[in-house]
Design a protein around this ligand. Structure first.
Ligand code: F6P
Length: 366
C-alpha cells in the first residue's frame, strides 16, 4: 500500500513547445514535495488509451528546466472520443470512442486528477473528459501561438518570439547588402502574435497578420517609398495565417486524423513572387518553421512554465477541478476549462502594439 496522500497524472498534448519539460518538472516536484504520487503519461492521450504511463521520481524530473521538447512524448492525433482505428477500403479513417479505456486506466492507477498541458485541441479533450466522463482535470496553456483565450500568455510564445526576432536581425544583413526585399514567414496559425511581436522587436517595415487582410498595393507603396527615401531594402514579417483582402489563407497540407487537420504555409513565397514581379526588386522568403518550437526555453518561459506547473498542482490540492491555470494582469489565476475550449484569441486590431507600430511607420498591409 502506498503511503502517499494520493495520485495524480500529467500529460503533454499537441505540438511540442519550449517550456513543456519545465512544466512537467514543476508539476512533479510540487506533487512529490506535498506527498503525492505522480504518473507521467506517454505520448499525450495515446498513453491513456494504451495504458502507457510511469511513476515520476526526482530522478526523472532532474535536468528538465532548460530542455526543449517533452520527455513524455506528444501527439496531435489521438482524441479518445474519436480515436483512429484503421481505414476503410476507400482510405477514409475509421474512428472509435476510447474514452471508457481512458477512465478505466485512470481508475486502475487511482489517479484523482489529470493535468493536461496542451493547446486548444488537448484542452478541448480535457474539458470533454471532465464533462462527459467525470474525470477531474486541470489544464496548463501551452502554445507558441499565444492564441488561447482567458490567458494573456501561453508558455512557449516568448521563446518563439525571440527566435523570430533573431532571424529578422540576421535577414537584415542580407537584405541590406543585396538591396532585396526579405520576407520571414512565421507560425501562429490563425493569430498574429508571433508576427506582431517579432516584427516590432526585429524592426520590420511591413507586418502582415491574419487579423488584418492585406492589400498588396499598400505593401508595394511602402517598399517604393522606402526606396525613394534611400532605403534599397525592406523587411516583411508575414504570419502563416495572413491572407489578402478578399482572398483566402494558404494551406500547405491536410493531416489526416489530427485534432485540427489544416496546416498553413506558403503565403510568404506567394507574396515575394508578387512583390518581385511588380517592383523588379529581387525578393526572397525564409520560412522559420519548427525552429520556433525547438530548443531551450527563454528565462521568461522557464519562469512562466514553473508558475503554471505549481499552480496546476495547487488547483488539484484545493480541489479546484476542471479549470485551466492562466495569466491575467501578471497574476496566476484559474478559469473554467470549458470556457477555453472556444475560438482562438487573435490580436485585437486596436491593440496599443499595433498603434505603436503604425506611429513608427510600420505598414500592416491595410
Ligand atoms: O500550434 C503550434 C504550431 O506550431 C502552429 O504555429 C503551426 O501552424 C502548427 O503548430 C504546425 O503543426 P504541425 O507540427 O502539425 O506541423
Amino acid at each position: 500500500m502506498s503511503k502517499k496522500k494520493g495520485t495524480i497524472a500529467v500529460l503533454t498534448g499537441g505540438g511540442d513547445c519550449p517550456g513543456l519539460n519545465a512544466v512537467i518538472r514543476a508539476v512533479g516536484k510540487t506533487a512529490i514535495e506535498n506527498g503525492y504520487e505522480i504518473y507521467g503519461i506517454q505520448n499525450g492521450f495515446n498513453g491513456l488509451i494504451t495504458n502507457s504511463m510511469q511513476l515520476l521520481t526526482n530522478k526523472e524530473l532532474s535536468g528538465l528546466l532548460p530542455r526543449g521538447g517533452t520527455v513524455l512524448g506528444t501527439t496531435n492525433r489521438d482524441n479518445p472520443f474519436k480515436f483512429a482505428v484503421g481505414e476503410d477500403s476507400k482510405g477514409n479513417v475509421i474512428y472509435a470512442d476510447k474514452s471508457a479505456e481512458v477512465v478505466r486506466n485512470l481508475k486502475n492507477h487511482n489517479i484523482e486528477c489529470l493535468i493536461v498541458i496542451g493547446g486548444d485541441g488537448s484542452l478541448h479533450i480535457a474539458a470533454e473528459l471532465s464533462e462527459r466522463c467525470d474525470v477531474n482535470v486541470v489544464g496548463v496553456p501551452k502554445t507558441i501561438d499565444n492564441d488561447l483565450p482567458y490567458t494573456e500568455r501561453t508558455f512557449g510564445f516568448d521563446t518563439a518570439m525571440a527566435m523570430a526576432t533573431e532571424a529578422l536581425d540576421r535577414l537584415h544583413t542580407t537584405a541590406e547588402s543585396h538591396h532585396r526585399v526579405m520576407a520571414l514567414e512565421v507560425m501562429g496559425r490563425y493569430a498574429g502574435w508571433i508576427a506582431l511581436h517579432s516584427g516590432i522587436a526585429g524592426g520590420a517595415d511591413c507586418i502582415l497578420l491574419p487579423e488584418i487582410p492585406y492589400d498588396i498595393n499598400s505593401i508595394l507603396a511602402k517598399i517604393r517609398q522606402r526606396k525613394e527615401n534611400g532605403k534599397s531594402f525592406s523587411i516583411i514579417v508575414v504570419a502563416e495565417g495572413a491572407k489578402p483582402v478578399g482572398g483566402d489563407i494558404t494551406v500547405a497540407r491536410m493531416v489526416k486524423g489530427s485534432f485540427e487537420p489544416i496546416r498553413l504555409g506558403g503565403v510568404g513565397e506567394k507574396l515575394v513572387t508578387e512583390i518581385e514581379q511588380k517592383t523588379g526588386i529581387e525578393s526572397r522568403c525564409t520560412v522559420l518553421g519548427y525552429l520556433q518550437r525547438g530548443g531551450s526555453p527563454t528565462a521568461y518561459d522557464r519562469v512562466l512554465s514553473t508558475r503554471y506547473g505549481v499552480a496546476a498542482v495547487e488547483a488539484f490540492m484545493n480541489r479546484n477541478f476542471n479549470t485551466m491555470v492562466a495569466l491575467q494582469a501578471n497574476e496566476i489565476v484559474t478559469v473554467p476549462i470549458v470556457k477555453v475550449a472556444t475560438n482562438p484569441r487573435g490580436v485585437p486590431v486596436d491593440s496599443d502594439i499595433i498603434r505603436a507600430g503604425r506611429h513608427i511607420g510600420i505598414c500592416f498591409g491595410d
